[in-house]
Ligand binder design. Structure first.
Ligand code: AMP
Ligand code: TRP
Length: 333
């Protein structure tokens, strides 16, 4: 029996090369080896205010990104979270065994609380959906007997709480109810940092567009953003810890240009930032161009069809698990 993986991305903001390198690129390899389920988590997206039309557009766009990256709907299931009501139902049940303390310690909660309140994140003003966002993610993962969750490093805390709640439920209601999942991180793409601040990860919700390279950026935009990217003192192109900005740019170069960081260093011996940056822009553009062409070839209708049939593939799994859970906790069926 193949092991199962489950992962998801929220249809919010602009997906960037960090999302691709930290998450989606790895999924493409994993689908060959694992029984794979990839979700567009629209229910997570609405924890921040969303324009409805924009949400619909982004939901399809994320699916197009999955497909253009090489996720194959013949090999795995791609679906929209809100198409499977069991996610919300299981979430409610899990809410009853989670503790508010556990949730308030989540770093993503603290970050989002600050973003959403505009007053430094005073607890009173944080939407409840941001607070228990992790429980919905726990439900996503546990519904499908997931063994491994491929995500970027920033999601590790959420995988940890998934394990905690699965264990807690199992202890109380039956050891074999939930599979205890593990995170699955590939080292290289772990963390792509912001172009405007190499101490913080590249983020879709960044205030400045100079933080990220979006998967939809055109050539001119890429050149403009890379030109503005912050660099470190000194003029040599070297890959080391005390030059975090340059290290990040070399990482991007090496991951998108299929070279290791040492090879990239060698290419630029005796050259400076301006040569490096203009080559880096071309490496990024060469990656983005065919990617965007593939996305443009996919019609919205075709993609929605793929998402709907993905939901039909996973629905029986979700139903079965939820019935099992309801029986164990004493609901009448
Ligand atoms: P998010 O953009 O936070 O919804 O994340 C979607 C997926 O992309 C998750 O698996 C993240 O861990 C991953 N991810 C997000 N930002 C980065 C980044 N800057 N570097 C690497 N992976 C990232
Ligand atoms: N919270 C994840 C993120 O911000 C997205 C997500 C929702 C997810 N449900 C999931 C990831 C289940 C993996 C598995 O990136």
């Amino acid at each position: 029996m193949k092991k199962r993986i489950f992962s998801g991305v929220a249809p919010s903001g602009n997906l960037h090369i960090g999302n691709y390198l930290g998450a989606i690129k790895n999924w493409v390899k994993l689908q060959e080896e694992y029984d794979s389920i990839f979700c567009v988590v629209d229910m997570h997206a609405i924890t921040m205010p969303r324009d409805p039309e924009e949400l619909r557009k982004k939901t399809i766009e994320i699916a197009k990104i999955y497909l253009a990256a090489g996720i194959d709907p013949e090999k795995c299931a791609i679906f929209i979270q809100s198409h499977i009501a069991e996610h919300a139902e299981l979430m409610w049940i899990l809410n009853t065994i989670a503790k508010t303390g556990e949730l308030s310690r989540m770093t993503q909660f603290k970050d989002k609380a600050e973003l959403s309140t505009g007053d430094g994140g005073s607890f009173e003003n944080v939407p409840l959906g941001i607070f228990n966002y992790p429980i919905l993610m726990v439900a996503d993962i546990l519904l499908y007997n997931t063994d491994l969750v491929p995500v970027g490093e920033d999601q590790l805390q959420h995988i940890e709480i998934t394990r905690t709640l699965a264990n807690r439920f199992n202890k109380r209601f039956g050891e074999d109810t939930f599979v205890i999942p593990k995170s699955f991180i590939t080292r290289e793409g772990q963390r792509i940092m912001g172009l405007d601040n190499p101490m913080k990860k590249m983020s879709k919700s960044a205030k400045s567009e100079y933080n990220y390279i979006a998967l939809s950026d055109d050539a001119e935009t890429v050149r403009r953003k890379i030109k503005k990217a912050v660099t470190d003192s000194g003029s040599e192109i070297v890959y080391c810890e005390d030059k975090p900005a340059l290290k990040n740019l070399i990482n991007i170069y090496s991951l998108l240009g299929n070279k290791n960081p040492k090879e990239v260093e060698k290419l630029f011996i005796g050259k400076g930032y301006s040569d490096f940056k203009s080559d880096l822009s071309e490496v990024i553009i060469n990656f983005l161009k065919p990617f965007q062409e593939k996305m443009n070839e996919l019609s919205d209708e075709k993609v929605l069809g793929i998402l709907r049939s993905g939901a039909e593939k996973v629905r029986p799994l979700a139903r079965k698990k939820l019935i099992e859970v309801k029986k164990k906790i004493g609901f009448m069926l």
